[in-house]
Design a protein around this ligand. Sequence first.
Ligand SMILES: OC[C@@H]1[C@@H](O)[C@H](O)[C@@H](O)c2nc(CNc3ccccc3)cn21
Length: 448
Amino acid sequence: MPEPSVRFPDGFLWGAATAAYQIEGAVAEDGRGSSIWDTFSHTPGAVLRGDTGDIACDHYHRWREDLDLLRDLGVGAYRFSVAWPRVIPAGTGPVNPAGLDFYDRLVDGLLERGITPMLTLYHWDLPQALQDTGGWANRDTAEHFADYASVVHGRLGDRVPYWLTLNEPYCSAVVGHLEGRHAPGVRDERVAVTAVHHLLLAHGKAVAALRAGGATGQVGITCNLTSVHPASDDPADVAAARRLDLHENRMYLDPLFRAAYPEDAAAHYAPVTDFGFVRDGDLQLIAAPLDFFGVNYYERHHVAADPADPVRGWRRVPPEHPTVTDIGIHPEGLAEILDRVAKEYTPLPLVVTETGLALHDYAGPDGEIADDERIAFFDGHIRAAHDALTRGVPLIGFFPWSFMDNFEWASGYGVRYGIYYVDYPTQRRTPKRSARWYAGVIRANGLE
Ligand SMILES: OC[C@@H]1[C@@H](O)[C@H](O)[C@@H](O)c2nc(CNc3ccccc3)cn21
């Protein structure tokens, strides 16, 4: 095999990623409790076409077959999430043994196939019973999350080397509590900023709980970060871009790695909150030392001042060539945010825990799903990741989103991110052209 022109270090972690509510189905099986996404997806008008995760990819029953597909891909690692309501159905209180048993079998199945587990404790599926007592607006939820983390670690900590506390606190807090496009469908900026803090506090408490539980594995968190650029050098556009960077990036990076909210946060959010929800010691807990940091990258924004709200608002300039999810494709943005995190925030090892492209995939007359756009997307983003690596960024892994087509939140099954195609009526999995291409990247440990 010729040496690849873009070669990654030996031991680089090539993975694939999913999340519980998006693939498992079996939402009422073996003692699983309800989550806010069960409630939200069953709310008329909340999800495209009324799609739900009730069945999804039926992974709960097909996990052995799916692990075989991961083995066929040749991935070194698999990023999955544990459904909190499957393990502790009411979010706090009694543990559901059958829920833990499922993940126990899954982890053993990965290890038997030589695949390293990377476990996300929370990928948005908060137990509904906790939402009923305020959810992330209630500080108690942070404590319940730490208790849940201890339970999962107690069962799987001896075999899972990589632990991510949260997937994208921004999405849980802002998309779920300000924009209302995600569960629990709240539209209240004060609640959203409070949720930001309680999610970060939950992360900090969970890190402490994992350490107290003797965690020998690597503990981290995943944030979705965006590259943000002013649409022009007009001071109003530059200021708007800085506000969006605060809102999407620095509200998470600063607490996590500097133990403080950004200096411009108080003024920006002053109309809705005085940050009275922050208590002594919270920020030190949130900034607990980690072992690695996960970066999800999808978007590069060009930002202009919003004439309707020039003081606090911003306007995202639409991309010239929008994808089916109306975002642009900017692999250089991945290198930019990796450089930024490494240079401005932390020397920790970094993992690209998600990046991917939504398409309306279909099989051609020959039966092949020729997702060449997705191949080009990953080629560009892997090259960008390698650029960052050659500049000294301690990148240790890359996980395409997603292993298989799945329930894409408010878009339901309307778009596809997988490198495996899922025919939902039959649940048949078919490797797309990108799966075969990615298997080659893994074998070569790089790109031609
Ligand atoms: O939307 C694609 C994936 C999604 O399937 C994953 O579960 C989630 O971790 C994920 N995060 C982003 C990036 N951030 C985002 C921003 C606004 C709405 C939804 C996602 C994309 N994705």
